[in-house]
Design a protein around this ligand. Sequence first.
Ligand code: UDX
Length: 480
Amino acid sequence: MEQPHQKKVPHVLIFPLPAQGHINSMLKLAQLLCLAEFHVTFLNSHHNHDRLLKCTDLGSEVAHWPGFRFATISDGLPPEHPRSADFLIDCIDSLKANTKPLFREMLISYCRSDDPITCIIADGIMTFTIDVADELAIPIIAFRTISACSFWSYFCIPKLIQAGELPFKDDADMEHAITCVPGMENVLRRCDLPSFCRAKQLTDPFLQIVQSETLNSVRASALILNTFEDLEGPTLSQIRAHFPTTYTIGPLHSLLKTRLTDSTESTHKDSSSSSLWKEDRTCITWLDSQPSDSVLYVSFGSFAVVTRFELLEFWHGLVNSQTRFLWVIRPDLVNGKGDMGHIPSELLEATNERGCLVEWAPQQEVLTHHAVGGFLTHSGWNSTLESVFAGVPMICWPFFADQQINSRFVGHVWRVGLDMKDRCDRRTVEMLVREMMYENVELRKRAAKMADLAKKCVSRGGSSYMNMERLIEDIRGMSL
Ligand code: UDX
């Protein structure tokens, strides 16, 4: 029986949106909290948990993490549902309607157990979790897995509407400057706003959901962002006017590495992968035999899809640039299906000579491999941060949501990449690949400098390192 004066071990429940990019960063945070000797329950959808167990060793690796456990919950969707970008709204609606009551029941049963949840860290795009936490008087922190610049632009959507900037007129000039997002007056053009701002009607469900979830997240007691002060300081000042307690603890994948190196506990291991696709490690062997900085890594993340036309334009552009390339072609990349159709023989021959295709790669390892000299990316936030940390310059081809803003910041503010948004023709691909890989020395230098700053932030005494300490102490305080 626990004595009244004994300190309770904090028990944190972490609940990501069931999607790859969200699971990756939130799982790193879970591991960091385990290092602080907290109990951590990581809540996955049944569907994604099955995939994780099929594709990774995570099931056996958690044995090395005392205090860590997985729990699973239904996302309310039928097994055959595609759960792809086109159906993201379905997923969020279903979580609200079907998962919310199950989540409530789950928390109540934890409350009655001898290891009750003392803090919830939930994905900030699922604010129904705040309703439940408030009802049960459990402290809750919102974790937004996107960049601060995207989060701030989402938060300013009401301002954009009020100023008449949204919705765009049919003949709107997409280069037109946007001036009503505070702090970004000289940065954003219409085309840089999140993709859902291109909706013709303000009643568009994607625009509505993102807007309401973002505004609602102020109801959480604090905000966690996977970013770092030296990268997004000015935007963070804007955010802190509304979210005074904002912990910036990124890049989380490297903060975890630093903390593991510090840790004296040899039983703790970094989970090698939290992938929902099976990683193909043959690409590492291929990279090992390539010269330094010679390979362009191409990946469009977990949601983006391309048309067959776009696939071929990219392929021709890559081949015509004469660069070596490693390309992740997910089984559902082309039109959400496995069928690429006929590929011209000259492309296949050139790929055999200087390319490598895989369905899913160990991306963080790829980006830090000496052979990789550039990244053609969809500008997902995890991919962007992983590239920034590795000092690898980017060509950005944003697909949806936050990615349009991320690519603008990469190209125009941080200047560690080239923004290729809304263009997809072989000539542009070839030209930008050549510029990034062979001509623009300044780009590479700036990427290296930014990587140094990222490393400092996660090192002992750095801002992300210290913010993590503060987060740990604050969560400890919640369980007293
Ligand atoms: C999307 C959004 O774009 C992102 O900004 C948001 O926060 C989450 O939803 P996604 O398409 O999954 O994310 O992109 P990204 O955020 O870049 O995450 C992809 C993750 O998968 C990265 O951590 C990357 O390392 C990993 N990955 C990708 C692999 O491990 N192997 C691959 O072959 C491709």
